[in-house]
Design a protein around this ligand. Structure first.
Ligand SMILES: Cc1ncc(COP(=O)(O)O)c(C=O)c1O
Length: 401
């Protein structure tokens, strides 16, 4: 895989202006790890499909291409083991847009919407800006893995009677792939309480090692009030192409969603470049996906082994999916604000912290694994050096006292 170096032009994570605005540091030598996109370039075969469409000099209003529709359905059959029909889909410019559309269409102002934190913040933000009320149930960390607190969840539902539940599956941050049992329990709870289950499955294709992702779509026979928001934006790093979809079973819900999209004059098919990109990825993307997963795993193993040997107080929460790895730093005794200062100001490693995920309970920062292994080494070495130096100076100060 050949890595390019011209990303600063329009890739937010590497753009100097973005780094200065967000972190207020000089951007030279900074390593941006905060946005969940990838440094691994798409292969020529996929790019060729987009270029081929670009070379055809007509960019007027588009239709849904037959080959896009066919490959979309095949992709879901292959990766999610589900037989869908085109009428189950609606198309939007992004996954978060999809979640927002579902919320707008199927809930009303001031409705309560359940969400478990830590979670990708824009999902929480969307609930708030749509003037719905987020009802938060924190996830718990058990044996260094993130999991649901079903007792708290049931109690909260009883007290607050939420209309919908936004679940991130696999979870960002943390990379938990929910087990069939956990998913069954979620579905059961939603069904018992007539709660609309909205599952963001954008990371679903990125499974690490032998872990298997199960889509909530597999539970449609038990409960048809499950709606999935997804895209292949993470699988193939296409977020800048603006593409997403929702998958809905119930025709009444389909009609309500169609009305919201119609009010915004959103086209019923993805834009021409998004369709061209998706067709290429669906058809030729398997090798890229497998190669990129190997790189994520290689980077993850480096983190696990190096922290264990050189700074065991930094404990990775091992992801089962996603290309994101949270590092629990509770054992370092370093406070959240100190850790932010050390990483951002002192060593210019720019991850995300628990607070970026609506989480005030846990002590972690999240690293992006979709980077060159050489850069991963640099990231880990900078972190280990600064954390060990900090511990040493703290120890000296305590001894002096
Ligand atoms: C869980 C989750 N949902 C949605 C998104 C954003 O996707 P999109 O750009 O398609 O809205 C991200 C991006 O990192 C994410 O992690």
């Amino acid at each position: 895989m050949h890595f390019h170096s011209c990303r600063k032009i329009d890739q937010k994570r590497w753009n100097y202006h973005e780094i200065i605005t967000k972190y207020n540091i000089s951007p030279e030598d900074a390593i941006g790890l905060w946005i969940a996109d990838s440094d691994l370039p798409l292969p020529r075969k996929i790019v060729r499909g987009i270029v081929k469409r670009a070379k055809y000099p007509y960019y007027g209003y588009q239709i849904l291409r037959k080959d896009f529709a066919e490959n979309l359905l095949l992709w879901h059959q292959k990766t999610k083991d589900v037989e869908l029909s085109l009428s189950n889909f609606f198309f939007t410019p992004s996954t978060v847009f999809t979640v927002a559309t579902i919320i707008e269409a199927l809930t009303t102002f001031k409705d309560k919407i359940l969400i478990c934190t830590p979670i990708y913040e824009p999902l929480f933000h969307t609930i708030e800006v749509l003037d719905r009320k987020p009802v938060v149930v924190p996830l718990i960390v058990e044996q260094n893995q993130i999991t649901f607190d079903f007792v708290a969840l049931r109690a909260k539902i009883k007290a607050e009677k939420p209309r919908a539940f936004v679940v991130c599956s696999p979870l960002n941050p943390g990379g938990r792939i929910w087990t069939k049992e956990e998913m069954s329990e979620i579905v059961k709870i939603c069904k018992e309480n007539s709660i609309i289950l909205i599952a963001d499955e954008i990371h679903g294709d990125i499974t690490l090692y032998q872990n298997q992702f199960i889509s909530f779509l597999k539970f449609w026979e038990e409960y048809d009030n499950i709606i999935v928001a997804s895209s292949i934006n993470k699988t193939f790093n296409l977020a800048g192409i603006h593409n997403g979809w929702g998958i809905v079973k119930n025709p009444v819900d389909q009609a309500k969603i169609a009305t919201i999209l119609d009010q915004r004059h959103i086209s019923s098919s993805p834009n021409i470049f998004a369709q061209a990109a998706c067709i290429s990825c669906f058809k030729y993307g398997e090798k890229y996906l497998q190669t990129s997963k190997k790189i994520y795993q290689q980077n993850l193993e480096y983190i696990i082994n190096t922290f264990k040997e050189q700074c065991p107080e930094l404990v990775p929460i091992i992801p089962q999916g996603t290309f994101l790895c949270c590092i629990n730093f509770e054992k370092t005794g370093i406070s959240h604000l100190e850790m932010m200062d050390l990483l951002i100001k002192d060593i210019k490693v720019l991850p995300q912290f628990a607070e970026d995920f609506v989480d005030s309970c846990h002590c972690f920062f999240r690293l992006n694994l979709a980077i060159k292994p050489k850069v991963m080494v640099e990231v880990c070495q900078r972190i280990i050096k600064i954390v060990n130096e900090f511990k040493k100076t703290e120890g000296e100060i305590i001894n002096e006292k």
